[in-house]
Design a protein around this ligand. Structure first.
Ligand SMILES: *Cc1c(COP(=O)(O)O)cnc(C)c1O
Length: 415
């Protein structure tokens, strides 16, 4: 049988339109990045065709001689990168990785301590509409009112009061360094296990600019597509003694056949993350976030916690304009080609759907080669858009300025 002769013009057109959007607008969503051409090629490779339920050397189907090598390569590379004893590279996403850890370490109904969602925690850290919150008894800690950093005294006090079986740390909207040590102490004080969810900052850890939780936490989960800059997917690192339980929770516990094309791409991403170029990249991500934070401060925005140590900033819009909501800001900025997301700020008076804040990240713009001068431009264009948000022609002019700013930095110029 020949290949289908169908030329799908519709999807082709949409792919071109999305490439154009990524090439000509600012991608400031803190969880996004641009994967390398090598990573993209691997995700489109023949590994997509293979069923390989099980693990290297223990598969249910035949024909996995090559797949075993690619999965072993991914496991070895990521263990070496983070100094881990064991890796599971099969999670389809960060959410799957987290759910598998809970399934491996907990019984339904068990108590877990995690960062509250409205203070920067993730959906999978016990949201009542997420399986994590439906199946387990999550108790939330937060940030202090005074410095808006994680309240470590509260973590200790809540651990003592609720005796969790697992302590979870890691965040989706927290601009400061998370030191794993105090969480280890809190977990040890009540005999709990510790999981560090490094979904956002895995690339900063691999690049040596944030502390490595491996060897301190019992389990580290992360996504491979955020600061890590690999393909879309998840990964779990663990000690040898928890390896069997974790592997069993991913397959057959949570997933069926692994996506070996994504695993091949993860192997490439892990190799890319081990290079000196990537160390320089990670340092520039943080330098750019810091430059953007200063410039946004000068434009009249308040930075939650006063600044940033990592790849993202959380903006409190109220001092800039008391009437402006996160929702309205996100929509008009998108029209100007400045794509970011609205975000609750700690103790936000507005609902999570409306919010008083914005989250802005530098991983993608740093990948495309932007540095401090461009960050100052981004702050200027952001503030100008929001000041002129009721003037469509002003917003259209800013869209043109964004296009010009992005032109020399297009991530996929050949496409
Ligand atoms: C993004 C994220 C996840 C989930 O990753 P997905 O791949 O979107 O499922 C989990 N935890 C944290 C802290 C995250 O930021």
């Amino acid at each position: 049988m020949p290949w289908p002769t169908l030329q799908d013009e519709e999807v082709l057109r949409l792919t071109k339109a999305e490439t154009d959007r990524q090439n000509t607008a600012l991608q400031l969503i803190a969880s996004e990045n641009f994967a390398s051409p090598a990573v993209m090629t691997a995700t489109g490779s023949v590994f997509t065709n293979k069923y390989s339920e099980g693990y290297p050397g223990r598969r249910y189907y035949g024909g996995n001689q090559v797949v075993d090598q690619v999965e072993d390569l991914a496991r070895q590379r990521v263990c070496e990168l983070f100094g881990a004893e064991h890796a599971n590279v099969q999670p389809h996403s960060g959410a799957n990785a987290n759910m598998a850890v809970y399934q491996a370490l907990l019984e339904p109904g068990d108590t877990v301590l995690g960062l509250s969602l409205d203070h920067g925690g993730h959906l999978t850290h016990g949201s009542p509409v997420n399986a994590s919150g439906l199946m387990y008894n999550f108790v939330g800690y937060g940030v202090t009112e005074s410095d808006e950093r994680i309240d470590l005294d509260q973590v200790l006090a809540l651990a003592n009061e609720h005796r969790p079986k697992l302590v979870v740390t890691g965040a989706t909207a927290y601009p400061r360094t998370i030191d794993p040590e105090p969480f280890r102490k809190a977990a040890d004080s009540v005999g709990a296990l510790l999981m560090f969810d490094a979904a956002h900052i895995a690339g900063l850890i691999a690049g040596g600019v944030h502390p490595n939780p491996v060897g301190i936490a019992d389990v580290v989960t992360f996504t491979t597509h955020k600061t890590m800059r690999g393909p879309r997917g998840g990964c779990i690192l663990t000690t040898s003694d928890l390896a069997a339980a974790i592997d069993k929770a991913i397959f057959p516990g949570q997933q069926g056949g692994p996506q070996e094309h994504a695993i091949a791409a993860k192997a490439i991403g892990f190799a890319e993350s081990a290079t000196d170029e990537f160390k320089a990249y990670a340092a520039q991500v943080v330098a750019n976030a810091s430059a953007l934070a200063s410039a946004m401060g000068e434009e009249g925005f308040r930075l939650v916690s006063g600044g940033t140590d990592n790849h993202l900033l959380l903006i409190d819009l109220r001092p800039f304009d008391a009437e402006l909501t996160g929702k309205e800001a996100q929509i008009v900025l998108d029209e100007a080609g400045i794509t970011l997301n609205r975000n609750s700020i700690p103790n936000d008076p507005r609902s999570p759907f409306v919010t008083s804040g914005l989250r802005i990240g530098t991983p993608a713009v740093t990948t495309q080669g932007m540095t401090e001068p461009e960050m100052v431009e981004i702050a200027r264009l952001t503030a100008a858009t929001l000041r002129n948000r009721t003037d469509p022609s002003a917003v259209a002019n800013i869209r043109e300025e964004v296009r010009q700013l992005c032109a020399p930095f297009a991530p996929y110029p050949q496409s």
